[in-house]
Design a protein around this ligand. Structure first.
Ligand code: GDG
Length: 467
């Protein structure tokens, strides 16, 4: 049995056009076919800005107060899913397997099934999944839960999210749970946890190289011997930036020995600026950063350096590597790859300390980080102080454990595990082409940091096997 080379990445092009594309544009690159469709302004507003990012995103990040549900936006979300599924159904061949990614495309399998598709279809949710009482506040809750049951396999970042989904299915749809399987109507769906990871070894190599780059050297010089704390996030209310900054200010106020001795660099790439809540957050942070710098700065020291532009990806590894503290304090996060990148970038002989929110999926695996409740700025302050004063021996011990985990649950381990489960195999095999997909997805994410439209919305088509 031989795997044909190549796979397909299918999704929104990230472009707005006067008319929705009739058929996907096809581009071939290094064995992967990219099939993309343009959306109209209206589709973009209802599907992307509206239902996906103003209803699902806040609710799934445990912020029902920010959820804005409008029937016409949900209708637009369904119609984009139907249109995209129809376009894929026309080019799908028997034996292809389909892997759908993320909250933008929950009803995708229902529409594929309606178009007569019998292939195996899997879904992976990159963000958290809310418990039953919370999902029940969404007017479309039952429909979305039952749409997820149209998949053969549904993957979540953590066991807790998988359990909350099964509980929701049982309580809202009357589904039957048998181990990892949920039965609704006549259909069986396997529901499992499959934590995502990074390409750890290449990331580490890149960080070692980047640490010698002129940008990292400039950053190092500018510190004048001070310790660096770093945060890298999309400017998103799920990332907990206001509490993080308040925690830092409380640490400076309480532990005077750090005054003038630490610099916090926060890169917060602007994101989704068409959504009101993101613009509001931007203004809140501008004020907070001004308050903190006004209050603590000296004429030769600025405690908080704040950048709302995306940093080039090749710089990040070097910046992580010279940072004594990596600060990752989302209020809720599916996984959080920045936490894993920070760990992979450290020098094992003199590693920095990771301060990590308990409510990032990464906290399940990265238990040797300094775990904090991100809703408590004082706890963040204590952890920052502990990180800045931690002895080398303890830093090394914690980092060694974190490193093992980051180098075990890698991107390719994640992809192989998902595909093996989708095909019902006991053992993951070599899905080399998936690595390429993930690298591309990562590039898309990197681009997304600078452009609000490049986010990964897509699915993978696996080529037919030949015997
Ligand atoms: C979603 C889920 C889940 C960030 N700023 C810049 C930049 N980045 C890169 C990081 C990292 C990626 O973007 C961010 O990934 P995260 O996982 O931290 O967060 P989300 O974007 O919210 O991703 C999340 C993830 O999907 C995967 O399943 O872990 O929970 O929310 O790679 O390095 N890259 C560049 N400049 C920046 O300024 N180049």
């Amino acid at each position: 049995e031989v795997l044909q080379p190549g796979a397909m990445w299918f999704g929104w092009s990230g472009r707005i056009a006067h008319a929705t594309s009739a058929a996907p544009y096809l581009v071939e690159s290094r064995g992967v076919t990219y099939a993309t469709l343009d959306l109209t302004k209206r589709d973009y507003e209802n599907f992307y800005v509206g239902f996906a990012n103003s209803a699902l995103w806040p609710l799934f990040h445990f912020r029902p107060v920010l959820m804005k549900f409008r029937r016409e936006e949900y209708a637009g979300y369904l119609s984009v899913n139907r249109m995209m599924a129809g376009a894929l159904a026309r080019i799908l061949e028997p034996g292809d397997i389909v892997w759908v990614h993320d909250y933008h495309l929950i009803p995708f399998a229902r529409f594929l099934r309606e178009a007569g598709v019998k292939n195996r279809i899997g879904f992976f949710l990159h963000i958290p999944f809310p418990p039953p009482t919370l999902i029940a506040t969404l007017p479309a809750a039952k429909e979305l839960l039952s749409d997820l049951c149209a998949y053969d396999l549904v993957g979540f970042q953590t066991a807790e999210h998988a359990r909350d989904f099964r509980d929701g299915g049982a309580r809202l749809l009357g589904g039957m749970i048998e181990g990892e399987t949920m039965k609704v109507g006549g259909r069986r769906t396997r529901v499992f946890a499959n934590p995502i990871g990074i390409d750890a070894a290449p990331f580490e190599r890149e960080a070692i190289r980047a640490a010698q780059s002129s940008e990292t050297v400039r950053l190092q010089k500018s510190l004048q011997g001070r310790a660096l704390a770093i945060g890298v996030d999309r400017l998103d209310y799920s990332k907990g930036l206001p509490n993080r900054f308040e925690g830092y200010a409380r640490m400076l106020a309480r532990h005077g020995e750090h005054l003038g001795k630490v610099s916090f660099l926060q890169i917060a790439a602007r994101s989704r600026e068409d959504v009101t809540a993101y613009r509001d957050l931007g203004r809140e942070l501008d004020r907070l950063v001004g308050d903190i710098n006004g209050r603590f700065s000296e004429f030769d020291w600025t405690p908080l350096r704040y950048i709302t532009r995306a940093a080039p990806r090749r710089q990040l590894g070097g910046f992580y590597r010279i940072a004594r503290v990596g600060v990752v304090t989302p209020l809720h996060d599916g996984m959080n790859l920045v936490a894993k990148e920070y760990v992979a970038a450290q020098n094992p002989l003199d590693p920095g300390v990771l301060v990590l929110s308990r409510f990032a999926g990464a906290a399940d695996e990265l238990t040797e980080a300094l775990l904090v409740n991100p809703y408590d700025p004082d706890e963040i302050a204590d952890a920052l102080h502990a990180a800045l004063t931690m002895k080398l021996e303890e830093r090394r011990r914690r980092h060694a454990a974190l490193r093992t985990s980051v180098f075990t649950t890698t991107a390719s381990a994640y992809a192989s595990r998902f595909l093996a489960a989708l095909e019902g195999r006991a053992h993951p095999e070599d899905f080399a082409f998936v690595d390429d997909y993930l690298r591309r997805a990562a590039t898309r994410e990197a681009r997304a940091a600078s452009s609000r439209r490049g986010e990964a919305v897509g699915l993978l088509r696996r080529p037919r096997r030949q015997s």
